[in-house]
Every structure is written in structure tokens, then in C-alpha cells.
Ligand binder design. Structure first.
Ligand SMILES: CC(C)(COP(=O)(O)OP(=O)(O)OC[C@H]1O[C@@H](n2cnc3c(N)ncnc32)[C@H](O)[C@@H]1OP(=O)(O)O)[C@@H](O)C(=O)NCCC(=O)NCCS
Length: 296
């Protein structure tokens, strides 16, 4: 079932069987070197094709697909006895990685691919693109340095393919007789903007744990609250309250996700700012519905 050629001088560790993801079928060992130069062996468990598991593993893999939980526990106890596992806590993916899914480069942790200093993105926020994740910055439109407006996105947001942010550089005059931008063409038209400025609605600010559906468009200066959901193909023209689902063009409230008490509690807890160990300990509760169970 598994080979037993493990490096001998590795700290004893514990494989937390409860931390295995649902449907995990392979457990594979990864050897690497810590910043202090010590070699360690870690493990990852996941749902892989055998070829992927082999490719990702430079040591051994354990096929769990045919094992019952009790047998896996037994096997892992056996491995503990071999003292072959380092104390490598499983605290989710590395937030500084560009592509957190093995062998998949269409989903990225957004913060790690952004080049524009006026786009600020929080940890673990991901962007998924059918073609190429570098499309993200192309989809932040009319975002000119000389305007200086910022797109600020919180932590743990989920941004689907083809989501577009329209920034303030897109604005023409709308209260004047003509919205035509005479001044940019010069040649005697320069004075058209003397003493005037193009309208600006300020920065676009997306909260934490916001899910933005496929092909949604976010207009300039919009603030989207924590925990909001933006339906696919929506055009968001106004601020969205926290934990509110909106949809359509212009996007209107579909419903609140929770009662007011729960929303207030979630906004107080700000789980996205917790230490990652605490988030890891709560992932099962975060994906359930009882806010009073969170935080232990
Ligand atoms: C917004 C969304 C989350 C709502 O899902 P839901 O809670 O299951 O909502 P329902 O399908 O029950 O629809 C509820 C109402 O919202 C409306 N609605 C749903 N999605 C909508 C959308 N994208 N735009 C406008 N209205 C929408 C429905 O017409 C319905 O209206 P009604 O109450 O007047 O009949 C979902 O429709 C959506 O757009 N998901 C995004 C999917 C996506 O783009 N994923 C990308 C990969 S991450």
C-alpha cells in the first residue's frame, strides 16, 4: 500500500485524520527544506487522479480510495509509529502562492499576480478565469494613473471569470450640454475643460468574503459590504449592504443572507481577520449556519 523508505531523523508528528478533506483519496508526502535548513516531510491529502498525486509527490503516496476511515486511522497510527511525519500543521493553502490548486493555472490568489499599485487585494481572495488569470487587470477598465482612484478588495473574496470593474477614468461630463470630451483632442479645444473636472465617485471598495458572480460589472465608486453576493451578469451601480445578495441591471437586492442579529454578529467577529489557525479550526462552522458556534 505504501513504501516505508522515510528519512529517519524527522520529528514525530500527528496526522489529523479529521483534517482530511471530504473525498480525499490520496495522501502524499512532500519533502522540503525549512528556512532554517532542516529537511521536513509534510503530507497533503486530496482528491487527485493517481497521476497527479504521483507528480506532486517526490516521496510516497498512499491510495486511500479503497480504505475505510478506520483503516486510514490505523494506517496513520502506524505512520506515527514510524515517526515519519513532521509537525507540519495543515492551515490551508499558502497565501503567497499564485496558483493554489495543483496543476491548475486558471485560478489564482489574486494578490500575488497584481502589478498595479492602485489595485489592493487581501489574502486568499481568488480570481478564476476561463482563459488566463492575467485578464484580471485588463478587466479593470479606464483605470488611469493620472486619475489615481483605487480598487480595494478584501480577504477571502471569490471573483468569477469576466468580472469587470469600471473605474472613474471612464466618466465624461453628464450634466453639461454635451458630454463630448473636446479638450482631449486639443487643436483649439483645450479650453473646453478649463475650470471643470470630470466627475469622480472615488475608490471602489469590495469587502471581505464577497462572492462576485460571472460577468458582473462593478461601476465606479461602489462599495460592496462584507459577505455580499453579486449575481452573475449583474451591473452594480450602488453600494451593496453587507451580507446582501443582489442581481440584475441595475443590481437590486434579492435578499439578505441572514437575519439582522446574525449579520451584526458576523460583522463584529470579522472572522477573515483571525489568525489562520483559528480560521482552520472553524472552517466546518464557517460553512454551516450557526454563528454562535463560531470562534472556539
Ligand atoms: C445570485 C445567486 C447567488 C442567487 O442564487 P439563489 O439564492 O439560489 O437565488 P434563486 O435562483 O432562488 O433566485 C432568487 C431570485 O433572484 C433572481 N436572480 C437570481 N440570480 C440572478 C441574477 N444573476 N441576476 C438577477 N436576478 C437574479 C431570481 O430571478 C429570483 O427572483 P424572484 O424571487 O423574483 O423570482 C445566483 O443566481 C447567482 O447569480 N450566482 C452566481 C453564479 C456564478 O456566476 N458563479 C461563478 C463561478 S464562482
Amino acid at each position: 500500500m505504501f513504501a516505508n523508505a522515510y528519512p529517519p531523523d524527522i520529528d514525530e508528528g500527528v496526522l489529523d485524520i479529521m483534517a482530511l478533506p471530504d473525498g480525499a483519496n490520496y495522501l502524499h508526502w512532500v519533502s522540503d527544506t525549512n528556512s532554517d535548513g532542516r529537511q521536513y516531510i509534510g503530507y497533503r491529502a486530496g482528491k487527485y487522479l493517481k497521476e497527479e498525486a504521483l507528480k506532486n509527490s517526490n516521496n510516497d503516496i498512499l491510495d486511500m480510495s479503497e480504505l475505510k476511515v478506520s483503516e486510514i486511522v490505523q494506517t496513520c497510527r502506524l505512520l506515527d509509529n514510524f515517526s515519519c511525519l513532521s509537525k507540519m500543521p495543515m492551515n490551508g493553502p499558502d497565501k503567497s502562492t499564485k496558483f493554489p490548486l495543483p496543476n491548475y493555472d486558471k485560478l489564482c490568489f489574486l494578490k500575488n499576480i497584481i502589478t498595479n499599485p492602485n489595485i489592493i487585494v487581501g489574502d486568499y481572495t481568488y480570481y478564476d478565469d476561463f482563459e488566463e488569470v492575467m485578464n484580471f487587470e485588463k478587466n479593470v477598465k479606464y483605470h488611469f494613473d493620472f486619475v489615481g482612484d483605487k480598487l480595494v478588495i478584501g480577504k477571502f473574496c471569490m471573483i468569477a471569470s469576466d468580472v469587470t470593474f469600471i473605474m472613474n477614468g471612464a466618466n465624461h461630463l453628464s450634466k453639461s450640454l454635451s458630454s463630448y470630451p473636446f479638450a482631449i483632442f486639443g487643436n483649439g479645444w483645450e479650453r473646453a475643460m478649463e475650470g471643470k473636472s470630470y466627475p469622480s465617485k472615488g475608490d471602489t471598495v469590495i469587502g471581505n468574503d464577497v462572492w462576485i458572480g460571472y460577468n458582473a460589472t462593478i461601476m465606479p465608486g461602489v462599495a460592496i459590504g462584507d459577505g455580499a453576493i453579486i449575481g452573475s451578469n449583474s451591473t452594480v451601480v450602488k453600494d451593496v449592504e453587507p451580507y446582501t445578495i443582489v442581481g440584475g441591471n441595475p443590481a437590486r437586492s434579492i435578499r439578505k443572507r441572514f437575519d439582522d442579529e446574525t449579520i451584526t454578529r458576523l460583522l463584529e467577529l470579522k472572522w477573515w481577520d483571525w489568525e489562520i489557525e483559528k480560521i482552520t479550526a472553524n472552517v466546518d462552522k464557517l460553512t454551516a449556519g450557526a454563528v454562535d458556534k463560531l470562534g472556539s
